[in-house]
Design a protein around this ligand. Structure first.
Ligand code: DHB
Ligand code: FE
Length: 279
């Protein structure tokens, strides 16, 4: 039987990917951020997942304002890095897991989550930067990836509560897949940041630390945070944190925190990382 063993929450700042790609991770600006990633990388190398379900958002790379799926599930065998304006990142393509992905599509849709099914989509920094954070620069990513893309850039995004419920439905779907697979779920984006308007540059460390605490201790309460509170307290792009609620919903209620890292700033963002394990 497939089993979700752990969850990872991490920011996905594009400049973090550029620092990796251009060999800058030891520079004074980046060193404190990357040294905090070491333990999480070690943990992942030991956890050896077969598949990661990576909950991320597309930043108008695969989708534009022409088509805005709320939840899009990648069922393809491979996903290429997107060209975000400077050519695609020179990272390996992402290998999918079509069998588990189609099982998820069927289970989730019959469970009344109306997923958009995606055979082809380039994946942008929302997905590839978390892979770089957790895996460094391997020749091939060490596990298969099922991309689950959430709209958080065009109002209205799904609520944190809906994302949390989706996570629970993902847990049920994975558990009903016959093959023995070690599955990890990534929630990406956040933490507090605002890239636009008068409050551009906003960081709210108190909100972020409360969110990290609540993720382990009281996710039911976090799931009730309305969009307007994310935006007021964590900035307009802070609403990306609803994607961490999918990850949390996919874990057991008593999942344990095994590691966290928090560093300000990474580009315009408060960079957070948390690893939670199912008991
Ligand atoms: C930044 C953060 C993001 O989440 C993003 O999608 C783009 C840029 C930043 O901090 O620069
Ligand atoms: Fe983003």
């Amino acid at each position: 039987m497939a089993k979700i063993t752990a969850g990872v929450g991490t920011s996905h700042v594009p400049a973090i990917g550029a620092a990796v790609d251009h060999g800058k991770t030891a520079e004074p600006y980046w060193e404190p951020l990357f040294s905090g990633y070491e333990k999480a990388r070690q943990w992942l190398a030991e956890a050896k997942p077969d598949v990661a379900i990576i909950v991320f958002n597309d930043h108008a790379s695969a989708f534009s304002l022409e088509v805005i799926p709320t939840f899009a599930l990648g069922v393809g065998a491979q996903f290429q890095p997107a060209d975000e304006g400077y050519g695609p990142r020179r990272v390996p393509p992402v290998e999918g897991h079509p069998e588990l992905a189609w099982h998820l599509a069927e289970s989730l849709i019959l469970d009344e989550f109306d997923m958009t099914i995606v055979n082809e989509m380039p994946v942008d920094h929302g997905l590839t930067v978390p892979l770089s954070i957790m895996c460094g620069q391997p020749e091939r990513w060490p596990f298969k990836v099922i991309p689950l893309c959430v709209n958080v850039i065009q109002y209205p995004p799904p609520t944190g509560s809906r994302c949390y419920q989706l996570g629970k439905a993902i847990a049920a779907a994975v558990e009903s897949f016959a093959e023995d697979l070690n599955v990890v779920v990534f929630g990406t984006g956040g933490m507090s940041h605002q890239l636009q308007g008068e409050r551009a540059g906003l960081i709210n460390e108190e909100f972020d630390r409360d969110f990290l605490d609540g993720l382990t201790a009281d996710p039911d309460a976090l799931a009730q945070i309305p969009h307007v509170d994310y935006i007021r307290r964590a900035g307009s792009e802070g609403v990306e944190l609803v994607m961490w609620m999918v990850m949390r919903g996919a874990l057991n209620a008593d999942a344990k925190e095994v590691y966290r890292h928090y560093h300000v700033p990474a580009s315009n963002t408060a960079a957070g990382l948390i690893v939670l394990e199912n008991g």
